[in-house]
Design a protein around this ligand. Structure first.
Ligand code: ADP
Ligand code: ZN
Ligand code: ZN
Length: 780
């Protein structure tokens, strides 16, 4: 148990772990899952112990662990197993997999708590007699007695005051007498003085900046019970309808079996899937197990989180909410609440699939088809697929929900690999919204203007304003214009690091690259030919908002996209105002299309359905169909009927036609036919391999070498296409070349890629130059 060595996963882009010696004083405190500080090259780094070992690899100099970061191992054994699986399946650097699993390292140490265990209690109670003193020193004895009297948890400082060193604490912990927990709960923090100190800024300076409105300041409640968004909210209490009941019956039957299974809840928009989710969570808790709900957008964690807190979180404590718009402190606190078993229901976005819940009975993946479940940086995992695997490891039920399931998932449901549960109609027999297409070619012939808002959409918004109902207007790009072009020479302003045009942001008065984040001043003249005729085209959400304000001067309008909503508070403000009826029109990107249940929305306008359809990607049609159907699902959810207007140039495309009829079955058949013909998923597995480097020469040279490895394998159970310049030929200063691997058997791809990576190592091609994307969602 007290092994002298351990293997540590470090957050570096390498496919190995590293062996370190465990100093005598830390033996026992170092367990699989513990975070440790270690020397690495010339730096110190925090990594996580993945296993204890008796021996170090011979011939290398083994260095020592410097420090243990937490008393309790952060990761459970199951999560360690999951990480190894992900590293193997996605051929991802193991340290980076672990990094995405772990909570932020915050100032948690000052919030450690000590709890006396039952064994500790028994030990103290037997101390009075003449029995041997359990090998305790006088100080330890005194300390345990103090803990016994105290009953609840004690801050770690109590130990220090009693003269108990951390080595002694570790010993007591190992012997099972105490438990040490990382916790932030109930601690009020005063972050401003700390911030000032870190930034070397004085208080008067900040006060002046606040007065001049250069900076903004507010209190962010870190205790969920203080969140005004959640308090005072009563969820609707519905009796389930027949369809919901029969879905619940099948879910219950699964729970009775008590083993792993996957179910697909295919329910049209507004059919009451959430209600089914909440009841299945309830039944999971009743069986003494825990539940995880994954949603595709931060905004949705707010709605579902709120409902879960109202249902399950007596004083909100049983529910944790995790997403990337939380501050590090909030995220760490929520994470440790789960780790300590205080929260038994978790609602979160993609990375929440790694929460340290134990005894998991149910994992729900809402809107399972969403791209946002796919992480587009290393490790390139798909949260939905990891959820299914995790459910398998836990013997739990994976419940996938959607109105528009992905082709893969529905295919599995049809051939019996998953169980299909269907909600075919909206609750209370409400009808689906009426979807109409606006042919932009016709609109242009009539008006001879290019306006993002066609005359028909304008009239519909006017109507909704007059009726006092609400409208959602969607556009799939943010910023003001997504292209800056010279009318004289035709040059467009490209990012200096990427082969992509810069987006103009009017309010910020600059150009931004949405891929690498670089910025440029707005050019007054063409950077190439110096002409004055620089113009901006391609509307984004910022432009659309401006346009709407001009056309509807009296209306109350707000915009929701990644530029206006960065923090949880900003999301809450805008969504809350819209839900409360304080806004007439909400403009935004596709984050508005998903899942929201706004009761007074009667009109949804989609400014352009085409940009997603014209992408050079085999999933373009599927994505467009999903997006439009989801969007249509936002209208007419309450008692008022809904109307949806979709503007497009491609009126005949089947993705558009089927979404007008909201006919999933028809779309599925047509798309499946196309996939079979073209040998795309679900009929083949895909892997995308990118060779990248800042030097184009090297990138080309390495892709040629890799091609030597691949060529002899082509046609033997796998098709290998490439190398070719990637559609995004340059990204973040790197040149990119691409191979596409196809095989009906995924195991063939895994074997091929494992071989390819070993080959690259042998040829001394740096590991960071080869990017593997298993089951890619996008081929860009
Ligand atoms: P979905 O996720 O399928 O689009 P929701 O779960 O958001 O649909 O439910 C849509 C609306 O129907 C919500 O306002 C919800 O409160 C309501 N609802 C759910 N179940 C019922 C029911 N059995 N009877 C009446 N209303 C219901
Ligand atoms: Zn020019
Ligand atoms: Zn860029």
């Amino acid at each position: 148990m007290d092994a002298p060595y351990c293997n540590v996963a470090l957050p570096v882009p390498l496919r190995t772990t590293f062996t370190y010696a465990v100093p005598e004083s830390l033996r026992g405190a170092v367990q699989p899952g513990t975070r440790v500080l270690v020397p690495f090259r010339k730096k110190s780094m925090v990594g996580v112990v993945v296993e204890l070992v008796e021996q170090a690899p011979s011939g290398t100099k083994v260095r020592e662990i410097a420090k243990v970061m937490e008393f309790a191992p952060a990761l459970t054994p199951k999560l360690i197993e999951l990480a190894h699986w992900i590293a193997g399946y996605y051929l991802a650097p193991v340290g980076e997999v672990f990094r995405s699993m772990l909570p932020p390292l915050t100032e948690l140490r000052s919030h450690r708590e000590i709890v006396l265990t039952q064994a500790g209690r028994n030990a103290v109670e037997s101390l009075g007699g003449q029995e041997p003193s359990h090998r305790l020193t006088t100080a330890e004895r005194a300390f345990l007695e103090k803990m016994h009297v105290r009953k609840g948890a004690a801050p770690i400082s109590l130990a220090a005051k009693a003269g108990i060193t951390s080595a002694m604490l570790q010993k007591l912990q190992q012997r099972g007498l105490i438990e040490i927990r990382e916790s932030l709960l109930g601690k009020k923090r005063k972050p401003l003085p700390r911030l000032l100190k870190l930034a070397h800024i004085s208080r008067p300076l900040i006060d002046r900046m606040l007065r001049d409105a250069v900076v903004e300041s507010w209190e962010e409640p870190i205790d969920p019970a203080e969140d005004p968004f959640d308090t005072g909210y009563t969820p609707p209490a519905h009796a389930l309808n027949e369809e919901q009941e029969s879905a619940m019956k099948l879910i219950r039957a699964r729970f009775e079996l008590g083993e792993f299974g996957v179910q697909l809840l295919h329910g049209v928009t507004g059919s009451g899937k959430t209600e089914v989710y909440l009841r299945s969570v309830q039944e999971t808790l009743a069986r003494g197990k825990t539940a995880l709900i994954l949603v595709p957008e931060i905004a949705l964690t707010l709605w579902i989180g709120r409902q879960c807190r109202a249902w399950f979180g007596a004083k909100f404590e049983g529910v944790a909410v995790l997403h990337s718009a939380l501050s590090d402190v909030e995220r760490a606190r929520e994470w440790w609440r789960v780790r300590n078993g205080e929260a038994r229901v978790v609602v979160g976005t993609r990375s929440a699939v790694f929460v340290p819940l134990q005894n998991v009975g149910l994992i729900i993946v809402d809107e399972e088809q969403e791209n946002s479940y796919k992480q587009e940086e290393t490790p390139r995992y798909n949260g939905r697929d990891v959820a299914i695997l995790r459910a398998k490891m836990e013997g739990a039920l994976a419940l996938l929900g959607s109105a528009t399931p992905s082709l893969e998932t529905y295919h599995h449901a049809r051939n019996g690999k998953y169980e299909l549960l269907t909600l075919a109609s909206r609750v209370e027999n409400r009808s689906l919204a009426n979807v109409e297409i606006i042919d932009l070619r016709e609109d242009f012939q009539q008006t001879h203007q290019t306006n993002p808002i066609s005359s028909k959409l304008h009239a519909a918004i006017q109507e909704s304003l007059a009726a006092g109902t609400q409208a959602l207007v969607l556009i799939n790009r943010r910023g003001y214009s997504w292209s800056v072009l010279c009318r004289s020479c035709g040059a467009s302003v490209q990012c200096a690091n990427c082969s992509i045009s810069m987006t103009y942001h009017k309010h910020r008065n600059r150009l931004e690259c949405h891929y690498c984040g670089s910025i440029q001043p707005v050019p007054k003249q063409c950077p190439k030919c110096q002409s004055q005729y620089v113009y901006f085209f391609g509307e984004g959400s910022e432009h659309l908002e401006e346009r709407l304000r001009k056309e509807f001067p009296g209306a109350r309008i707000a915009r929701l996209d990644r530029d206006t909503a960065r923090t949880k508070r900003q999301y809450q403000e805008t969504l809350g105002a819209f839900a409360a009826g304080a806004l007439d029109i909400l403009v935004g990107t596709q984050m508005l299309a998903k899942g929201h249940d706004f009761q007074r929305v009667t009109l949804v306008g989609v400014v352009s359905a085409d940009s997603s359809l014209s992408l050079p990607d085999f999933r373009a049609a599927e994505r467009t169909f999903q997006l439009l159907t989801q969007v249509a699902g936002r209208a007419g959810r309450g008692e008022l009927p809904g109307r949806v207007l979709i503007q497009t140039f491609y009126t005949e495309h089947y993705a558009i036609q089927d979404s007008v009829n909201q006919d999933y079955a028809s779309f599925f058949e047509r798309e499946l036919h196309f996939r079979r013909m073209m040998a795309y998923p679900p009929f083949t597995s895909l892997a995308n391999v990118i060779v990248r480097n800042t030097s184009q020469e090297k990138a080309i040279q390495w892709s040629r070498q890799l091609s030597e490895y691949f060529s002899p394998h082509d046609g033997k159970g796998a098709r290998i296409l490439g190398p070719a310049a990637a559609p995004l030929a340059r990204l973040k200063k790197e040149h990119r070349y691409q191979f596409l691997l196809k095989s009906p058997k995924r195991s063939v791809l895994t074997k091929l890629l494992t071989g390819a990576l070993a080959f690259c190592d042998a040829k001394e091609i740096p590991q960071t130059a080869i990017l593997v994307d298993m089951d890619p969602l996008s081929l860009l």
